[in-house]
Design a protein around this ligand. Structure first.
Ligand code: ADP
Ligand code: MG
Length: 419
């Protein structure tokens, strides 16, 4: 432990995104920043691991998301099976890193999104599964989970939540930045130069890798789960006419704040697009190039339609940052923005969301709000997450009681990453 960390807390952040590719586990240390005022935080990423999704469970989740219906017994069981898988991912990480569970203060788990219901005619709602009681029991550590619902209860979209970390870590006095995450779905936080938590705004742009992954599975007969290094897309040409017709989908012209998911841009959407490509005699490579171009072009269109007048830097994170075909197309579509990798900000781009949930768990425990109303559309800031006590609950509460800091306002919050 470094000398400049005061009373550090070890928090494990865990994320499983819409790609259902892996369970991302980030072991973090968080503490008050002795060089800042009472609201300053220090964060250090101690270890990061992507635990491949157990393949039977992955198939079950993907089938459920595709079919959009399931017997209630299966749904009930899935909640606990996901809890088991998340707990196992934590235990594997601790074992690999040689860290004892008794050295961990908190687990913060996003869970697996099963449905994100933001249709105008329905009660806004969202469901993430992965029973926290199972995690708390198996790991033996107090667990915070279910972060999105408090924002939805406050009238927000429940997403994107990454904006909190984006603003704390990546705002600049003189450069306007777009923090672009490309997971299964693509989402952006725009941070105008000199702005803090109040002027940043964010939304889900549309498909990230979800359609590309579907295409890769489809054309490989299920052997490949994604288009590694964009190899297939690079071997083909995008079909401009098909692309333009898909870009007319009403979601893309809807004003933010807005969020979406696999409910809209999932397997059904991908299958229909591939069928249209086939009827236009596109080769598998041309189809993959078109799906890849769609992600880049929807991002570029969202910047033009809803972004600040000028974006100096586009900072990419998520698995899509590893797809050069996607980045090339993005660079061509947004020639004025300098494309940077999130890694420049001191955290590996793929670890960003797991680290985010470690931070959100820490904030939940300290009773501090962590949603940005200007990003999610919530009526007010909200403390996110639900606490499930584990074996360490009493000593943890005693510690928090002596460590409660600041004035529960996000306006003065700062964050420094120790490398
Ligand atoms: N080397 C790579 N080449 C192309 N695509 C990649 C590569 N590595 C990761 N990806 C893409 O990133 C996706 C996973 O991204 P991730 O940020 O974990 O998304 P999510 O948050 O939805 O789980 C994979 O499904 C794949 O599409
Ligand atoms: Mg993932």
């Amino acid at each position: 432990m470094r000398g400049d960390i005061l009373v550090p807390m070890r928090v494990i952040g865990m994320m499983s995104g819409t790609s259902v590719d892996a369970i991302d586990v980030a072991v973090c240390e968080l503490a008050r920043d002795p060089q800042a005022h009472a609201d300053g935080l220090l964060l250090r990423l101690v270890a990061y691991r992507e635990q491949p999704f157990p393949s039977r469970l992955q198939r079950r989740v993907l089938n459920l998301l595709r079919e959009q219906s399931t017997p209630l017994a299966d749904l009930t069981e899935l909640n606990f099976l996901l809890g088991d898988a998340f707990a196992d991912a934590v235990l594997e990480t601790l074992c690999t890193e040689g860290i004892g569970a008794d050295e961990v203060d908190l687990v913060a788990s996003h869970g697996q999104t099963i449905y994100h219901l933001m249709e105008p005619s329905r009660r806004p709602s969202t469901l993430q599964l992965g029973e926290a009681a199972v995690i708390a029991r198996k790991v033996g550590v107090t667990t915070v989970a279910d972060f999105r619902v408090a924002d939805v209860a406050a009238g927000g979209e429940g997403a994107p939540l990454a904006s909190f970390l984006d603003v704390l870590l990546s705002s600049s006095p003189d450069r306007t930045r777009a923090l672009q995450n490309i997971g299964g779905i693509a989402n952006v936080t725009f941070i105008p130069a000199g702005s803090g938590v109040d002027r940043a705004y964010a939304f889900d742009i549309g498909p990230g890798n979800a359609l590309i992954d579907y295409g890769a599975r489809h054309f490989s007969g299920g052997r490949a789960h994604f288009d590694r290094d964009g190899a297939m897309a690079r071997a083909g040409y995008a079909d401009t006419e098909l692309l333009e017709s898909v870009l007319r989908h009403p979601y893309f012209s809807r004003r933010p704040p807005k969020t979406t998911g696999r409910e809209l841009f999932g397997d059904e959407f991908a299958a229909e697009l591939i069928a249209r490509a086939a009827s236009r005699n596109l080769s598998p490579e041309d189809t993959m190039a078109t799906l890849t171009a769609l992600t880049a072009e929807t991002i570029a269109a969202a910047y033009r339609d809803f972004g600040p007048p000028r974006v100096d830097e586009l900072v990419v994170s998520g698995g899509g940052a590893h797809n050069p075909a996607l980045l090339d197309r993005l660079r061509a579509a947004l020639p004025d923005a300098c494309i940077r990798l999130y890694d420049d900000f001191g955290l590996p781009g793929e670890a960003k969301e797991a680290v985010l949930f470690a931070l959100l768990g820490y904030e939940a425990l300290h009773g501090r709000p962590a949603n940005l109303p200007s990003c999610t559309g919530a009526a007010a800031p909200a403390i996110l997450g639900k606490v499930t006590p584990g074996a360490n609950y009493r000593p943890l509460m005693e510690r928090i009681a002596t460590d409660i800091r600041g004035n529960a306002s996000m306006a003065t919050q700062t964050l420094r990453v120790l490398r």
